[in-house]
Design a protein around this ligand. Structure first.
Ligand code: ZN
Length: 301
């Protein structure tokens, strides 16, 4: 990341922020990471909201045919048929399976290496599953690797990789899949749905299990020096990560809170002595923190 335009003052702030981050990680007995959409954006992936290179590569023909911007709008678009909708879902799922893991994920894991940590995320793109074991990870808004019954007739969710790849292979020139490939619930025959937050989101066994992991981590570490590290949480849904992090930092005697966000880094006044807001690019801060922790020079030229 090149920061040639920065002023000396910004550079001082940047160095101080990175130093404090590295220091807090080193001093903590436990670290709970909360990561949201800004973490994916920091990887250079913006296909949910814009027709970026990744969108063009995988979903460009859908965007051109239906005139929408970003995969998010593609997800909620009212397609002319089930077969057309499933073609989109298959291609989007395929894109997420094929998407490379972003550099900031590796940098974060390097900073957490050997530490007592847990990660919670509202991201559904399962990037974290490539870099950390599932027992240290809680996906609290669903995970696109799974389908659920759209009627929620039972509690099971279905690993979908083979279904996604088979449907994607079968997309025809009209951007539809064959009717018989539309995935169906083995119990009730209803259509399956991606297991992601929405009107029919199934809060079953797997969902409860994700929260069980977080609660066990908090129970075990609440009286120790615990760091709440928030990455890329926007202002749209503060109730899942940000507000719980603020409340816990306020309540737990030895807690500290750090948020890294290029736009929305906020520190409530009540946490003035127990927190730090880093209003900077997540990728740059994490990569410089890795360098600093390894005793290397931070150099932007
Ligand atoms: Zn069903």
């Amino acid at each position: 990341m090149h920061l040639k335009q920065e002023t000396a003052c910004q550079r001082d702030t940047h160095l101080r922020n990175v130093e404090r981050l590295v220091e807090q990680i080193a001093q903590s007995d436990a670290i709970l990471v909360g990561a949201a959409a800004g973490m994916s954006a920091a990887c250079g992936f913006d296909f949910f909201y814009h027709n970026d290179a990744m969108f063009q590569k995988y979903l460009g023909e859908f965007g051109a045919k239906y005139s929408y911007v970003g995969a998010f709008n593609g997800f909620y678009y009212r397609y002319p048929s089930r077969e057309a909708r499933w073609a989109f879902l298959a291609r989007m799922g395929y894109m997420e399976y094929e998407c490379p893991t972003g550099r900031p994920y590796y940098d974060l894991m390097e900073l957490l290496q050997g530490r007592n940590y847990h990660i919670m995320t509202t991201n559904q793109d399962f990037q974290f599953t490539r870099v950390t074991p599932e027992e240290k990870l809680s996906a609290i808004q669903g995970d696109s690797r799974y389908f659920q019954c759209s009627r929620r007739c039972h509690d099971e969710i279905f690993y979908n990789r083979d279904m996604i790849y088979a449907m994607n292979d079968a997309i025809d020139e009209n951007l539809c899949i064959p009717t018989e490939l539309i995935p169906r619930c083995p119990r009730c025959g209803g259509e399956l749905e991606p297991w992601v937050r929405g009107y029919t989101f199934l809060e079953g066994q797997k969902y409860r299990d994700e929260y069980r992991k977080i609660n066990e981590f908090l129970q075990a570490n609440k009286d120790r020096k615990i760091l709440f590290l928030e990455l890329g949480v926007g202002r749209m849904t503060p109730m899942f990560i940000q507000e719980p992090f603020w409340n816990l930092t306020d309540t737990l005697p030895r807690a500290f809170y750090i948020t890294i966000n290029p736009k929305d880094a906020l520190l409530p006044q009540e946490l003035a002595g127990k927190g730090l807001a880093i209003r900077e690019d997540i990728a740059t801060v994490l990569s410089d923190a890795v360098k600093l922790a390894a005793g290397e020079e931070i150099d932007h030229d």
